[in-house]
Design a binder for this molecule. Structure first.
Ligand code: SF4
Length: 203
């Protein structure tokens, strides 16, 4: 079993997960967000390394002492890491239970993938965009039915401590009002941790 890895960033502190983490980015994403910061993560011409979970473990294990001392571990991003749920499960078997594993996901993948990920990922960072179907379609190019079904099922399956929902204010696409509506809708599902921020569209 191999997955396309486009990058590994080591020694990240409190940026995408607790403690010291290594960020592992996969190629491939089902969405096409208008302000995507990583378009190379789905561009067909992007070069990647096809890795087995064992190969990835060999690459990242040098930082195990940091992970164990700080409660950190590996954060899987992309692209969309849940496209590689079997890979993640196998990686967990190899690294053991003491590493903290996180996934940054849009949940725009089949439920089967999400369910497998719950068996090996400690904390989910969910990039929800917006729960309004029209806003979501305009911004990502996809319907949000799958994402909404998945987050509702996930909220029933996991304690809220394991889920952090990112709720962006997206210039020219959503508004404080629609974000507020999204938050209420997700809170009604039992979700408790929300990260509110604004996308920067000029630098
Ligand atoms: S989900 Fe993330 S990687 Fe995929 S298109 Fe949107 S911003 Fe880019």
């Amino acid at each position: 079993m191999k997955a396309p890895v486009i990058g590994i960033s080591r020694h990240r502190i409190q940026t995408d997960g607790q403690g010291i983490t290594s960020l592992v980015c996969f190629h491939g994403c089902p969405l096409r967000c208008k302000y995507c910061l990583n378009p190379f993560s789905f561009a067909p011409e992007t070069k990647y390394t096809a890795m087995t979970p064992e190969m990835l473990y060999e690459k990242v294990k040098a930082d195990e002492l940091y992970f164990l001392a700080t409660g950190g571990g590996v954060t899987f991003g992309g692209g969309e890491p849940l496209l590689h749920a079997d890979f993640l499960k196998q990686f967990r078997k190899i690294c053991g239970e003491n590493w903290h594993l996180c996934a940054e996901t849009s949940l725009a993948v089949p439920w089967q993938n999400v369910q497998k990920a719950t068996e090996c990922i400690d904390t989910f960072y969910i990039d929800i965009k917006d729960t309004d179907p029209d806003i979501y379609r305009c911004y990502t190019g996809k319907e949000n039915t799958l994402m909404l079904e998945n987050i509702e099922r996930l909220a029933k399956l996991l304690p809220p401590e394991r889920i952090i929902v990112r709720l962006p204010l997206i210039p020219d696409f959503n508004s404080e009002k629609s974000r507020h509506h999204s938050r209420n809708r997700l809170a009604a599902m039992g979700l408790k941790q929300f990260d509110l921020f604004t996308y920067k569209t000029s630098f």
